[in-house]
Design a protein around this ligand. Sequence first.
Ligand code: HEC
Length: 153
Amino acid sequence: MHEQGEPQESHNKIPKGWLLFFFGGIIFVIAYIVLYTPAISGWSFYKEFDKEMASAAKTEQSVAVKHYSGGKEAIKDGKEIFANTCAPCHNADATGGIGPNLTAATLKFGATQKDIYESIANGRPNGMPPFLQQVGSEKISKVTAFLESLRKK
Ligand code: HEC
């Protein structure tokens, strides 16, 4: 028997919930380390990043190439965008100024829909600014359609 007033250690059991949390936590940490350590699972941030970039690039290009080729509305919109954004350097009819003539028989960076789209989206080294951020892929596709309509004449 204990003396009254003497400090005693109590023998309450640890609550089940706490144990579950404790061991659950350990299992989670182990699983996490195994899954996300490149040397163990092969997972890598860089691989994930490359995958995402690849799929994003695919979407961008298919937007450019699919929808607007030849559509009258798109060409009309494209003409307007061109007048506002591109004409200061390429002239309203795209025959050139500070920038080259875009109706010329051949273009330095290529004249396929994809080439033209990339010239506009990413820019070109000698003074062509990139427009993807400012204008967006949909409008660039329309401008591309407009330029194609000029080039076909
Ligand atoms: C600040 C002036 C400027 C503006 C604004 C500009 N461009 Fe250009 N662009 C240039 C110059 C300069 C080049 C030549 C770049 C080179 O040779 O490296 C060029 C090149 C290009 C080319 C490639 C031509 C080739 O020969 O392959 C295309 C296509 C083009 N521009 C389209 C556009 C479109 C569409 C817009 C509007 C969204 C636009 N540009 C706005 C100056 C401009």
